[in-house]
Write a protein that binds this ligand. Sequence first.
Ligand code: J2J
Length: 541
Amino acid sequence: APTRLALQQIWPDALVARYRAAGYWRGETFAAFLRDRAARFGDDIAVVADESRYSYAQLGHEAERIGAGLLAQGLEPGDRVIVQFGNVAEFIPVVCGLFYAGLIPVYALPAHRITEISHFARKAQASAYIAGQYYAGFDYRPLARELVNAVPDIQHVVIAGEAQEFTSLSALDGHPDALPDRQDPQAVAFLQISGGSTGLSKLIPRTHDDYIYSFRASNELCGITRNSVYMTALPAAHNFPMSSPGWLGALYAGARVVLSPSAEPGAAFALIERERVTCVGLVPPLALLWADAATHTQHDISSLEVMQVGGAKLVPEAARRLVNGLDCKLQQVFGMAEGLVNYTRLDDANDIILNTQGRPISPDDDIRIVDDNGQPVPDGTAGHLQISGPYTIRGYHNDEAANARSFTADGYYCTGDIVKRTQDGYLIVQGRANDHINRAGEKISAEEIEDLLLGHPAVFDAAVVSIPDPYLGERSCAFIIARGEKPRAVAIKKWVREQGLAAFKVPDQIVFAEAFDTTAVGKISRRELRAQLRQRFLEQE
Ligand code: J2J
């Protein structure tokens, strides 16, 4: 069947042999390692969220109940299941339950709304949706209702909390014997979502072998052991706090995971004190906020050993502020849900930690930095970053157009990032080649928002551009040519919000323009237009 085929990632045979021989791919599966930890670390606390605590044994039991319960509902191993939770107690048992059942999680962020969720459901041909009743003041049941109407393939909806007409998470029940006892470690284990550089987010198929390697190796580079306490302060479904080394790395090590519902320093510091957190991953704006708050907090956060910062560029001046303001180690992380992750090493010299975004996890991460014509550039020269390696995908799920754009003929992933490499093999991120807005680590596709704006009756044309922002790093600015009378900016923003999409995608700023420059021969490209608008805007400020 075509969907089965699409759920494979195909590395060339020679690379498969190499990755196995090198011990990167060990034939482990998620279900197998989780079972093993439940048996070995039974009474140790695995997950802390709000007032809930799960020991490794309890997490295993919950996951078995949920996994077997979903199969009893008629789902079959290999089916895709959209999972949408905030940082709450149910999230990790649900994901582990899906792994136990051989079901394929599709990770949505809590901020996603019907536009994104129905897109994921269609692309993944998902048959189920699991969410919490409420998170951050939003009720997910009406969204579930809309989803079922929009995408008939969604046959099952499970809600944690008051489920109304849907199945309640707590009511799921099934016999563990129904769970598959073996799974293929080379098969796709889940679908992660891309930052969305062009158009809507793509689905990223990751295999057991490749992903487990990435966080097992990350544990070593981030100092995660059984004694560690890892805090997830960013949304737990995001690839960074999931796998670099993330809560999965922590569970792999037999460590403790603390889910923080808020990344705001007051709340997070209280949890750090209570749980003696040792490691946390943050985006640059949050890291700076934490460093400021740390200077006058009442809380004892001295247990913190490592603060990782990634998702967006940490400029050297900001890195210096962190190093000076914090009593723990700073680790820069430059990663992507498609694969490659770079870390500064914990024992690197300050100069490297402040000025680079680290170097790859694996000796077999094959980094190519090329010019606009695809020719390799020398070290120290900026170019396009392309990668192939033991945990980098060879293609997106069910998206030939994106694959034609984002992968070279010989299978390298074109990251869209412009980087340069130092002589010691560290990478420095310079910028990017495609037009997305990196809003405090949340990636927004300019094209996606432009397409949406063009649907507004009063919008004749729109160009969405990233503008440097002192707090967010970048914010989004929509330049709009009105059709007829100019609408009010607030009305446009409100309209965008009502289209049912993640709030972080609503343009931060709207600027009306009389016309766009389409000089030269005929029209200039969207890219040039965006660059021009950004330039002119910055000159005026
Ligand atoms: C500059 N740009 C960065 C950094 C990511 C670990 C850490 C982050 C992500 C992530 C991740 C950057 N400096 N330190 O998945 O496992 C930008 C780049 C990159 C894109 C990927 C992980 N760290 N970026 O952010 O899939 O442009 O993953 O290509 O969300 O974020 O975004 P995403």
